[in-house]
Design a protein around this ligand. Structure first.
Ligand code: NAP
Ligand code: SF4
Length: 674
């Protein structure tokens, strides 16, 4: 018996039978591009195959050099390439899994001076103007796709996925925005559809009728002059007739200004479009984007909204996602919180992807939590992300762990983050940590402020006492209107109608979002606020609806740089857009003068002004809390000397970079070394 009978039911795609309907969607991890990284990539995939996933899809491999994602990016162009991929396919098969190669042509998204496209219109997110391909070159590109697909089969892949979404070459061929041709490859919607149809027909001729060809279709382009729904439906029908085995789904081009996968996108937001696709084709359809739990995935398959569910980042966060679900241990799944901080933000900065919550992701061969036979006792002081990750990783290795926490709950700064609208998923991390501590029988002592004397008997002491909000040095800072962000987010105080936020870092931006949100945004409101069309509009876009104004919010910083500059590369723009659309007044270059009953006095551009606010929320960064660490260093204890076996991690170590990604990685690495 399982709680997920529909999700875990096998499905047959051509000559391939998958053990369940869970797909690990394509992600570019940064390990794809060099063959010397293939052993590492193979282990990354094999760990997920052992974790029970039905089908893994690789990151994109270029079908020709013009289609490179960046210079010398991964490609599938020759028998030699196919041979080199054997290490990957063998590893996955030995681990009991199945794997598909994604074939891609980056088109104008290629971060390379050799990129090429349907037209020479430059993309807003890459610096290189594409070469406009001739009709003959486009014809040859279709052959290149077909050849790559045939080579993938030779390499031992069980299937291929043709990347037709997210604004890459095929998607560019399909949209007027990027295809201004008037030859046989453009001019009308029907001619623009010809390219992907030719790709599938030519590939079918090479690989025969049964090799599974998955087509990743763009269900919504979310760009001006993109496709209409009617065009997408017609394309799907033609592709099915050409020989597609299954459709996977994609939402939004990379240049779209509507968020599609980050935390603030409601879960399952894109399912209505998947259902529409299912109503026009008869081959299986996979749902994707903002699905991160087995419950949600089961519901999607059980209700027939899709036949399979593709999740990508959830498999960075937890390689054992499927096994845990199948074994009745879903409450032990480390749920992806859609923050993008260690995955997409890394990819778009040319760094190897990983996961904020699981620093082992893509580092499986390097960060190993080896079981230990030594019977060491470990005290961890502080149950924020750093302390929790150290405690859990140490206990996983078999060490005896006691976790001290001064407050009545674990989670640290995550408890504040989960109060921010759109960051509700952060609760899942607290649930995961709580359950893992139980399962691993960590001795958790809440409401216990450990002193050095309490820690003397432990072999190792990990101090993860975190941070506290930095106090501001402004005359009148003790005025009753001044509150900390911790007090606001924990519900200890309620803000008035007019609020000033001092400090516009990650926390200030989050607090401004919290203050300007009415807490009642239904899914239709969300579409309307982002201008997503639920009809047949070009590109799936309509004019954005105004957001209701909840309060007067002023977000302030002393720097003269634009507010929100330091936010994540793939999510910061969306946070900034929400602030703007919510009417938050953002002011840089302020000098704080004083606070009194009239409000906050400041000077901007040499002009004095008073913000007549009821509440002033201080988000001025943090300072480390390390009293117990200092005490330990000055104490000679039973470990044989002051400071012996004492380790400092997380915000208690470096508050300036208060950053859960660094804290969790530091905690895990330390535990691996104890
Ligand atoms: P932060 O990024 O250091 O920002 C605090 C801001 O307060 C500074 O930028 C500074 O701006 C201002 N400030 C500093 N000292 C001040 C003082 N004495 N008086 C008045 N203003 C002062 O800290 P944070 O906002 O707490 O964020 C910390 C970290 O949390 C971030 O780096 C990020 O890693 C993480 N985080 C990220 C997000 C996100 O990406 N959405 C959300 C939450 C947290 P001025 O000096 O210019 O005034
Ligand atoms: Fe998910 Fe964030 Fe991890 Fe990326 S870094 S996989 S978004 S939790």
């Amino acid at each position: 018996m399982t709680d997920y009978p529909h999700l875990l039911e096998p499905i047959t795609l051509g000559d391939l039978t998958l053990r369940n309907r869970v797909i690990m969607g394509s992600m570019h991890t940064g390990l794809e591009d060099h063959t010397w990284q293939f052993p590492r990539l193979a282990e990354f995939f094999a760990e997920r195959a052992r974790g029970g996933v039905g089908l893994i899809i690789t990151g994109g491999y270029a079908v020709n050099r013009r289609g490179w994602l960046k210079p010398f990016a991964g490609e599938m162009m020759s028998r030699l390439d196919a041979m080199r991929h054997r290490i990957i396919t063998d590893a996955v098969h030995e681990a009991g899994g199945a794997i598909a190669l994604q074939v891609i042509h980056a088109g104008r998204y290629g971060y390379s001076p050799f990129n090429a496209g349907a037209s020479d219109i430059k993309s807003p997110i890459t610096p290189f103007r594409p070469k406009r391909l001739s009709a003959k070159e486009i014809d040859r590109t279709a052959d290149d796709f077909a050849r790559s697909i045939a080579l993938a089969r030779k390499a031992g892949y069980d299937a291929v996925e043709v990347m037709g979404s997210e604004g890459y070459f095929i998607n560019q061929m399909l949209a007027r925005r990027t295809n201004d041709r008037t030859d046989e490859w453009g001019g009308t919607a029907a001619k623009r559809m010809r390219f992907p149809v030719e790709v599938i027909e030519r590939a079918r001729r090479l690989v025969g009728p049964d090799f599974p060809i998955i087509y990743r279709i763009s269900l919504l382009d979310l760009v001006d002059d993109g496709q209409t729904w009617d065009e997408i439906a017609e394309l799907a029908r033609r592709l099915e007739a050409a020989g597609v085995t299954m459709f996977n789904t994609g939402i939004g081009w990379h240049e779209a200004r509507v968020p599609t996968i980050i935390t603030q996108v409601p879960q399952g937001a894109w399912l209505p479009w998947t259902e529409r696709l299912k109503s026009v084709v008869s081959v299986p359809v996979s749902a994707s984007n903002r699905i991160n739990s087995p419950e949600q995935a089961e519901e999607i398959v059980a209700t027939g909204r899709a036949d399979l569910v593709s999740m990508a980042r959830p498999f960075l966060a937890d390689a054992d996602f499927v096994n845990k679900a199948a074994q009745g241990r879903a409450d032990e799944i480390n749920t992806c919180i859609a923050c993008n901080q260690a995955c997409l933000d890394h990819t778009f900065r040319n760094r190897t992807a990983s996961c904020l919550l699981n620093p082992r992701a893509c580092h499986e061969t390097k960060l190993v939590l080896a079981p230990t036979r030594t019977r060491k006792s470990v005290a961890v002081v502080g149950a924020g992300p750093a302390g929790l990750s150290a405690a859990i990783a140490a206990a996983e290795r078999g060490l005896e762990v006691t976790l001290f926490e001064a407050s009545d709950a674990i989670g640290g700064q995550f408890r504040h983050a989960m109060e921010i609208p759109g960051k509700e998923d952060f609760r899942e991390s607290v649930r995961y940590w709580t359950r893992r501590l139980e399962v691993l029988r960590v001795d958790v002592r809440l409401n216990t402020r450990a002193a050095a004397s309490d820690l003397a008997a432990y072999d190792e002491v990990v101090v993860a006492t975190g941070v506290t909000g930095r106090a501001i040095d402004i005359p009148g800072a003790d005025h009753p209107s001044v509150v900390s962000y911790a007090d606001l987010l924990s519900g200890r105080i309620t803000a008035g109608e007019r609020v000033a936020v001092i400090g516009a870092g990650g926390v200030g931006v989050d607090v401004a979002h919290f203050l300007s949100h009415d807490g009642d945004e239904k899914i239709d409101d969300w579409y309307a606020h982002w201008g997503v069309s639920t009809g047949n509009e070009v590109g799936g876009l309509v004019t954005k609806a105004a957001r209701p104004k909840v309060r007067d919010v002023h977000l302030l910083q002393r720097k003269t740089t634009p507010i929100g500059k330091g936010l994540g590369k793939t999510s910061g723009w969306a946070h900034r857009a929400v602030l703007k659309d919510s009417g938050v007044r953002q002011v840089s270059g302020v000098t704080y003068e004083r606070i009194d009953d009239d409000g906050l006095h400041l000077t901007v551009d040499g002009v004095p002004q008073v913000l007549g606010v009821d509440t002033i929320v201080v988000c001025a960064g943090q300072v480390s809390v390390r009293a117990v660490y200092d005490e330990l260093l000055s104490t000679t204890d039973t470990r044989g000397g002051s400071g012996k076996g004492v380790h400092l991690i997380g915000g208690a170590d470096v508050a300036a970079e208060l950053d859960a990604k660094r804290a969790i990685a530091q905690g895990t690495r330390l535990a691996a070394s104890l």
